[in-house]
Design a protein around this ligand. Structure first.
Ligand code: ARG
Length: 481
C-alpha cells in the first residue's frame, strides 16, 4: 500500500495547465505542482472501482433520462460509451492518468473524448462525493457476497470433518493443560459456531452497506428533479439514504465491515494457533498435506505449517486496517473531506486478505488428517477422566468437595506411580474411597467419559451427530435463503 502509481498510469513530468486538463480547472490560475498532483491522486488504487463506477453512472444516466434531464438519445450514447470504456479497461487498453486524479474523472474524461459534449452531461445532479460513496458501497456489497460464499464453504468443510471424526477422542484443554476428554468432531464444531457468528455479523453489516448515497451530490442535494428511489432500485439498493450530509461523509459501513473482518481473522488466528501446535512433534495430533506446507532451506527434516502461520500473522494487518479507519473518521467535521480518500487502501487490503485466508482455510480444512491413536493416548495419559471419577463418587452420596479431595489424592498417587486412573486396580483405587466399586471402570474409560456428556452442547458423539445434522440444515437454508 502506498501512493506509488502502478506502471499503467501516465504521470506528468512538469506542471500542467489546469484549465485544459482538469474538470475543475476553471477557477485556477496556475498549474498544480507535479508532486501535489501525485500526492492527491487516488487513481493508483481506486481504479479497482471502475466496474462499480460505471454501474453507478449508467443508473444515474438512466434516472436523469427518466425525469427529462437527459434525452433518451443522450442516455443511450452515454451508456454505450461507458460500456465501451469498461471493455477497454478489462482488455487492459485504458490509459489511466494521474492528471485526472481518480477513477471517476478518468472515466468521465474518456467518455467525453469518445462521445463529445454529451459526455459532459453525465455529471449533472451529482458530485464525486456521492459518486464515490456509492461506488464503494456497490463494491463492498459484491465482496460481502463473495466472502459469505467462501465462509460457507469453509463451514461446510468443518461440518464434514466433524461428522467424519464424531467418535474420535482427544484431550480437551483449559490453560493448555489436559482437562477432560472431548471428541474431535465437537472441537471442529466449536470453530463452526464462531464462524456462524461471523456470518451473521457480515449479513448485518450488508444491511447498512446496501443503502444509496447518490443524490446527495456534493453535500446538500441537487436542484434537479431527481428520482432517488428509481436509481436505488436500478442499483439493487434497499433504499436511498435519508440525509445528504450524512450520505457523503458516512464510512461507518466500511468500519463495520473491517470490524467483522477483524473478528473473523481473530477466529482464524486462534484456529491457526491450534493447527500449528497440533502439527508440532510435541503434540503430533494431526497432519496437513504437503501441498499446504513448505520446507526449510537448511533443516531437511522440516515441514512447516506456513498456511496457518501466515493466516495468524495476517490477522494483524486486518485489525490494523480497522484502527486506521476508525482514526481516519475521528476528527472529521461534516460533510465530505479529502481524508476519506484514505479509506480505500485499508479497506481493499482487508478484502483481499480475508478472501485469501478464507480460500486457504476452505481448501485446507477438509484435508486435515487426524492421528487418532496419538490423540487418544494423550487423553489417556493426562488424568482426563478425573472429573468423571469425582462425579461417580457424588452419585454414590459423597459431597462434591470431598469427592474432589479423594480424586486429587488418587491423581497424586498416579503421578508417583506413573499410572493413569484407568490403569489402577480396583484395590488401588479403593485405598482412596470405600465407595468405589468395579463399575468405576465404565466412567474411567475415555468413551465412558465423552458418552456421559450427552446433552445439548455436550461432547458426546451422539450430540456431535445431532449438531452436525443441525449445521447441515442451517448451511443448506443459507443457499435457499
Ligand atoms: N478520490 C476521491 C475519494 O476517494 C473522490 C471524491 C473527491 N471529491 C472531491 N470533492 N475532491 O474520496
Amino acid at each position: 500500500m502506498s501512493n506509488q502509481n502502478p506502471p499503467n498510469i501516465e504521470v506528468a513530468s512538469g506542471s500542467v495547465d489546469n484549465s485544459a486538463d482538469k474538470p475543475w480547472g476553471g477557477r485556477f490560475s496556475e498549474p498544480t505542482d507535479a508532486f501535489v498532483e501525485r500526492f492527491t491522486a487516488s487513481v493508483g488504487f481506486d481504479q479497482r472501482l471502475y466496474y462499480h463506477d460505471i454501474q453507478g453512472s449508467i443508473a444515474h444516466a438512466t434516472m436523469l433520462a427518466s425525469v427529462g434531464v437527459l434525452s433518451d438519445a443522450e442516455r443511450d450514447q452515454i451508456i454505450q460509451g461507458l460500456n465501451e470504456i469498461r471493455a477497454d479497461i478489462e482488455a487492459g487498453q485504458f490509459q489511466w492518468s494521474v492528471k485526472l486524479e481518480d477513477v471517476h474523472m478518468n472515466i468521465e474524461s474518456r467518455l467525453t473524448d469518445k462521445i463529445g459534449i454529451t459526455g459532459k452531461k453525465l455529471h449533472t445532479g451529482r458530485s464525486r462525493n456521492d459518486q464515490v460513496a456509492t461506488d464503494i458501497r456497490l463494491y463492498v456489497r459484491d465482496e460481502i457476497d463473495a466472502i459469505a460464499a467462501e465462509l460457507t464453504r469453509l463451514q461446510q468443510g468443518l461440518v464434514a470433518l466433524a461428522e467424519r471424526e464424531a467418535d474420535t477422542i482427544m484431550p480437551g484443554f483449559t490453560h493448555l493443560q489436559t482437562a477432560q476428554p472431548v471428541t474431535f468432531g465437537h472441537h471442529m464444531l466449536a470453530w463452526y459456531e464462531m464462524l456462524c457468528r461471523d456470518f451473521d455479523r457480515l449479513g448485518d453489516c450488508r444491511k447498512r452497506v446496501n443503502v444509496m448515497p447518490l443524490g446527495a451530490a456534493a453535500l446538500a442535494g441537487t436542484t434537479y428533479p431527481i428520482n432517488r428511489e428509481y436509481t436505488a432500485q436500478l442499483l439493487g439498493f434497499d433504499r436511498p439514504t435519508a440525509n445528504s450530509l450524512d450520505s457523503v461523509s458516512d464510512r461507518d459501513f466500511a468500519i463495520e465491515f473491517c470490524s467483522f473482518a477483524s473478528l473473523l481473522m481473530i477466529h482464524l488466528s486462534r484456529f491457526s494457533e491450534e493447527l500449528v501446535l497440533w502439527t508440532s512433534a510435541q503434540f503430533n495430533f494431526i497432519d496437513l498435506p504437503d501441498r499446504f506446507c513448505t520446507g526449510s532451506s537448511i533443516m531437511p527434516q522440516k515441514k512447516n505449517p506456513d498456511v496457518p502461520e501466515l493466516v495468524r500473522g495476517k490477522s494483524g494487518r486486518v485489525t490494523g486496517a480497522l484502527i486506521s479507519l476508525l482514526m481516519l473518521m475521528k476528527g472529521q467535521p461534516l460533510a465530505y473531506n479529502k481524508d476519506n480518500q484514505e479509506d480505500k487502501e485499508p479497506l481493499f487490503d482487508v478484502i483481499d486478505t480475508v478472501k485469501d485466508c478464507l480460500k486457504a482455510y476452505a481448501d485446507m480444512v477438509p484435508a486435515i488428517q487426524v492421528k487418532e491413536d496419538v490423540m487418544r493416548e494423550a487423553a489417556r495419559r493426562g488424568f482426563s477422566t478425573a472429573t468423571d471419577l469425582a462425579d461417580y463418587l457424588v452419585k454414590r452420596g459423597v459431597a462434591f468437595r470431598d469427592a474432589h479431595e479423594v480424586v486429587g489424592k488418587a491423581v497424586g498417587y498416579g503421578v508417583k506411580t506413573q499410572k493413569d486412573l484407568a490403569d489402577m486396580s480396583l484395590d488401588e483405587l479403593r485405598q482412596f474411597s470405600a465407595n468405589i466399586d468395579a463399575d468405576v471402570f465404565d466412567v474411567l474409560t475415555l468413551e465412558g467419559s465423552v458418552n456421559a456428556r450427552n446433552h445439548l452442547g455436550g461432547t458426546a458423539p451422539a450430540q456431535v451427530r445431532l449438531a452436525v445434522a443441525k449445521a447441515k440444515a442451517a448451511l443448506e437454508s443459507r443457499r435457499a435463503g
